[in-house]
Design a protein around this ligand. Structure first.
Ligand code: ADP
Ligand code: DP6
Length: 342
């Protein structure tokens, strides 16, 4: 790969966010960031992160600019990026600091999976810049170390992340379950609050596993839900996928409500949007809601019903914006060039 210029090794990448239909929450190994249960998501076309990584001999420390803001030293977001870069540097045998610039085209830290698209884009760009020829599976493991949901954003369409059994997490990777084009669903995202959540997903799930009396039941119940979700997707059984999706979402939020101190990511508009989705469904249109660690509601429906669902969610008091998405592609390198020109 000819990506050197003036001592810089540079590459850019785009990765799309995803929304889990069968969710994970909690880690079986926090240090290695291995999820406690498996999960299944869809990658979202409309929400993505663009990241440029440049390893350069001019710097002594990594620099990370997120959405145009240089992250101060000591900030957790910089530390997480630096740790991900360290893993790539080790594979490449590279001893250079990097400058990283990343932009999310949607609100950051607000329950729309910016950590998923962010760490997937980061590892794809960093490996390309450093000349590491990683397979999609290896990229997925690298992305998972940054943020578990990021393992899924390496792939497009319907994606499963395995919890695995090995102590080192080498079998905790994601893989494509079904190509998005084979079953093109729509996801309508209702934004109720763009601000970053008060408790990050990483902190929230640590607190849940330490304090919710429901946590052991969640871990015990997850494998059968996951199996049923996988079968329903492969059978293109939308009603069953939808029912399992809402069940997984409400089980997750029950865990959050019973965490001490309680995690209540919802606001009044979140609840109103849930009822709006149920009302549309009662009117005969198959549509199902899901919600991550944040106040935004995603409605999963068939493409022919996307207009009706988007209109219904736009009319909900407190819904500030509605984003329509199809299923998105895998993470990819955008190009290699001189630093700053991507
Ligand atoms: P979200 O719901 O958006 O995924 P999380 O709390 O899981 O929220 O993750 C938010 C964190 O992810 C941010 O505080 C930051 O550390 C990291 N992050 C977000 N966007 C990016 C990005 N583009 N590149 C690297 N890290 C990112
Ligand atoms: C509710 O994967 O963002 O979206 O690995 O600590 O960064 P970290 O957490 P993250 O948590 C995602 C939680 C979820 C459920 C899911 O995506 O499966």
């Amino acid at each position: 790969m000819d990506n050197t210029d003036g001592g810089a090794l540079t590459a850019g990448a785009r990765a799309h966010s995803n929304i889990a239909l069968a969710k994970y929450w909690g880690k079986r190994d926090s240090a290695l960031n291995i999820p406690a249960v498996g999960s299944i998501s869809v990658t979202l076309d409309a929400l993505y992160t663009d990241t440029t990584v440049s390893f350069t001999s001019d710097l002594t420390q990594d620099e990370f600019t997120l959405n145009g803001e240089l992250q101060p030293s000591g900030q957790v977001s910089l530390r997480r990026v630096g740790d991900a870069l360290d893993r790539v540097r080790k594979l490449a045998g590279l001893d250079r600091a990097a400058t990283v610039s990343s932009v999310n085209n949607f609100p950051t830290g607000a329950g729309l999976a910016s950590s998923a698209s962010g760490f997937a884009a980061l590892v794809v760009a960093a490996c390309a810049a450093a000349g590491v020829a990683a397979s999609p599976r290896e990229l997925s493991v690298l992305a998972r170390r940054g943020s578990a949901s990021a393992a899924r954003s390496i792939f497009g369409g319907f994606v499963e992340l395995h919890t695995g059994a090995s102590e080192d997490g080498s079998d905790s990777f994601a893989e494509e379950l079904l190509d998005g084009a084979a079953w093109p669903l729509s996801v309508i995202v209702a934004i109720t609050d763009e601000s970053a959540k008060p408790v990050s997903s990483t902190e929230g799930m640590q607190s849940t596993s330490a304090s919710s009396p429901f946590y052991p039941a969640w871990v015990a119940d997850a494998p059968s839900n996951l199996d049923r979700m996988r079968e329903a997707i492969l059978a293109r059984d939308f009603a069953t996928v939808g029912e399992l999706t809402e069940h997984s979402c409400l089980a997750l939020h029950s865990l959050m409500f019973t965490t001490r101190p309680a995690l209540i990511y919802w606001n009044a508009a979140t609840v109103a949007a849930i009822h709006a989705v149920r009302a549309v469904r009662d009117g005969g249109i198959p549509v199902y809601f899901t919600i991550d660690a944040g106040p935004q509601v995603k409605a999963v429906c068939l493409p022919q019903n996307a207009d009706t669902v988007a209109e219904a969610l736009s009319a909900v008091p407190g819904v500030r914006a509605v984003i329509r998405s199809g299923l998105g592609p895998a993470a990819r390198v955008l190009g290699t060039a001189t630093a700053g020109t991507l």
